[in-house]
Write a protein of this length. Structure first.
Length: 437
């Protein structure tokens, strides 16, 4: 089967029967299941194209999928309103030696919630027998992919950098889309990702209003754009970040034009700055060996990140003026070393002071609590500014704060508010030192 090229056409049977109002006046004109979802693997090189008017017409450009790794399961979507009974999806699969193989599935949804599965497979191909699959240590289940969904007003490009943004990207873009109404999806094999890997989203506004929204499902957990962006793995790498404007999905200028509110998880938001006719780039750091910080301070707080120890420079990562708000920060693995220190500066302005924090890192959870062997705080937390007076420890969910800012579940068991027992109107400095882990 050297250099064999096989083309398989999948006609979209039944599409003509989809009587769906897709006019601008219909605010809910496409549900999630009304996208045509495509998944395919090809040994070795795959191209998937969409011919809206049949093979005798022109395909939409660029191809839905271009992939040169048979191990990489690729997914793409076509808005249902783009399909007619004449539309065709063309799969081109080229074998470059060894054994060839092609497999694909197409998922279509109807308004009566009927799900139609059309499976396209090249039966009898040696690579697809059970022994070949079982002997492949890289075989992958659906949920072992990193799944990406995004919309951009107006033009989007999504690229994967397996070794970081300062290294070469992996293959062609995962997504290229010029219509903000089209929610695009793509996947990355879990085994291709490391703690240094980055997904880069480039979004260009061509006038009117700009907007970007995305969700990345990693290891069964959703990470999506929301406010504040720093609480997520997303970061702005190009574009002015002040002021940032956030709009809940399903509201604002976009409403549900790109699908129902179920298309993105609850809490997902469009984000853009105050400019138009501009480009913004957002990076997504893999949630591998990262640190996740949660904290509250009664009353005022500044949190500093020292990347190279206390003798080096610092950057402000959290600024708080309301003790009722829990602040969160996602610290990527590539920004953590044994020299990394997080410093929490908390000032009380009357009545009662209090500080509480939690850091999750590499599967372990560290909270502010009374050490069992004496001292002020259990390592890797410590108190840097402290006058030696007696301290008070109050379990989260009790004391003056009760369950503000939220239920007891927002902090792990054992987390305590900490402050002087008999002093107010003062400042304390707390630190979390990664070298003490």
């Amino acid at each position: 089967m050297d250099s064999t090229i096989i083309m398989i056409c999948c006609a979209l049977v039944g599409v003509g029967a989809m009587d769906i109002d897709i006019s601008e006046s219909n605010p809910g004109r496409r549900l999630l299941q009304q996208d045509i979802q495509i998944r395919t693997n090809c040994d070795n090189v795959a191209t998937v194209q969409f011919f809206p008017n049949g093979l005798g017409g022109q395909p939409n450009n660029p191809p839905l999928i271009e992939e040169g790794k048979w191990e990489m399961s690729r997914i793409a979507s076509i808005p249902m309103e783009d399909a007619t009974k004449d539309s065709v999806i063309l799969f081109t699969c080229e074998d470059k030696g060894g054994v060839g193989g092609f497999i694909a599935s197409i998922l279509m949804g109807a308004m009566d919630s009927t799900i139609i599965m059309i499976c396209c497979a090249l039966f009898g191909v040696g690579a697809m027998d059970n022994s070949a699959i079982e002997d492949n240590p890289g075989r992958r289940l659906l949920w072992q992919n990193i799944e990406i969904r995004t919309n951009c007003d107006d033009a989007a490009t999504v690229e994967f950098f397996p070794k970081g943004l300062d290294q070469e990207k992996e293959g062609p873009p995962l997504i290229i889309e010029g219509d903000w109404r089209k929610s695009r999806i793509a996947s990355i094999p879990m085994e291709d990702a490391t703690k240094d890997s980055v997904i880069l989203f480039t979004c260009e506004d061509k006038g009117g209003v700009g907007g970007f929204i995305a969700n990345v499902e990693f290891n069964g957990q959703n990470y999506f754009t929301t406010d504040p962006l720093e609480s997520t793995p997303f970061r702005i790498v190009q574009g002015v970040d002040e002021p940032l404007l956030f709009t809940p999905y399903g509201q604002g200028a976009w409403s549900t034009h790109s699908g129902s509110t179920s298309m993105y998880p609850s809490g997902a938001k469009w984000v853009w700055n105050d400019d138009t006719h501009n480009t913004m780039r957002f990076s997504f750091a893999m949630p591998i060996d990262h640190a996740y910080i949660k904290t509250n301070c009664d009353n005022l707080m500044t949190v500093l990140l020292f990347s190279n120890g206390l003798g080096g420079g610092s950057e402000t990562i959290i600024q708080s003026v309301a003790w009722e708000w829990q602040h969160k920060y996602f610290l990527p693995a590539n920004e953590i070393t044994t020299n990394t220190v997080i410093e929490f500066r908390c000032r009380d302005i009357g009545y009662v002071g209090g500080f509480i924090a939690e850091v999750e890192y590499k599967g372990a959870v560290y909270v502010t609590d009374r050490p069992s062997n004496g001292g002020t705080l259990a390592a890797p937390f410590s108190i840097a500014l402290y006058n030696g007076q007696a301290l008070a420890y109050t379990s989260y969910g009790s004391g003056a704060w009760g369950t503000v800012p939220g239920p007891t579940s927002i902090y792990s068991p054992g987390a305590d508010w900490v402050w002087y027992a008999k002093q107010v109107n003062n400042e304390m400095i707390f630190r979390f030192d990664f070298s003490q882990i």
